[in-house]
Design a binder for this molecule. Structure first.
Ligand SMILES: [Zn+2]
Length: 258
């Protein structure tokens, strides 16, 4: 049976409301990911993780996956690369609030967002706070890399600096989920070499107090990549997906008890 929200009829949705179902909302982006990956990398990953997570929990929790929000917000600086969409942050915030409000108004009490675009988390958290303020529904907001961190640190082949954007792990997930990757065009030219005590030079490194500078300013990218996609493999993507889904299952068990 389909776990896709949009493939249901209204009476079927009604049964999910009555069974206190979980809605999973994938959020991604259409933007450049170097010469070796397609523009839809973030939305493919957000939807791919969401579907795998819903399949993994559906015997314990009635879960449905929403159509993914395919365009997010990107810095203006990224306009130098053809293919980068950017929805203004205030428009995106209101759009996400309206999608969540629609779900709350039809009776859903549990909403989990699975984000895959680096410039979205603050916007999604703000939208979730607005939902908390106007209802007593508390949305669980996540980005896949937070749940993937333990697995990624264990299995990574690239050095720190190998994954910020279109590097080892995004490329590996795309190798696992699609046949859209052209590894002959993958280079490590834009491995993140910048180092500072206050800057995390990798998606799976951290800086004191969560300090963040924009990746896009600290080191100029020649190819649109920040990291090392040459270390990517389908096997790494499969192992990362497995570890990430296991963490999401634990998170959902907690969230549904709340
Ligand atoms: Zn990405």
């Amino acid at each position: 049976m389909s776990i896709l929200f949009a493939e249901k009829s209204w009476p079927e949705i009604d049964t999910y409301v009555k069974r206190k179902g979980l809605i999973i909302l994938p959020i991604g982006q259409v933007e450049e990911h170097g010469p070796h990956l397609p523009l839809n990398t973030d939305i493919v990953i957000a939807e791919g993780v969401s579907v795998a997570v819903a399949e993994a929990v559906k015997d314990r929790h009635p879960a449905l996956v929403m159509p993914g929000i395919w365009s997010g917000y990107s810095l203006k600086k990224m306009n130098r690369w053809p293919g980068v969409m950017s929805v203004r942050s205030e428009v995106l915030t209101e759009f996400i609030v309206d999608i969540m409000s629609s779900l709350v108004d039809m009776g859903f009490r549990k909403i989990l967002t699975i984000n895959a675009h680096g410039m979205n988390p603050e916007i999604i958290k703000l939208a979730a706070r607005r939902i908390s303020d106007r209802s007593d529904v508390h949305v669980a907001t996540t980005s896949w890399w937070s749940l993937a961190a333990g697995t990624a640190k264990r299995i990574r082949k690239s050095e720190i600096g190998g994954e910020l954007h279109a590097g080892e792990f995004e490329t590996s997930l795309m190798l696992f989920l699609t046949d859209l990757v052209d590894m002959s065009k993958a280079t490590n030219t834009d491995f993140m070499r910048y180092r500072s005590d206050f800057y995390a030079p990798d998606m799976f490194a951290s800086a004191p107090g969560g300090t963040a500078f924009s990746t896009w300013y600290v080191q100029e990218s020649k190819t649109g990549v920040y990291g090392d996609p040459t270390e990517a493999s389908r096997e790494t993507g499969e192992a990362l997906m497995k570890g990430t889904v296991e963490m999401y299952v634990r998170l959902i068990d907690d969230y549904m008890r709340m």
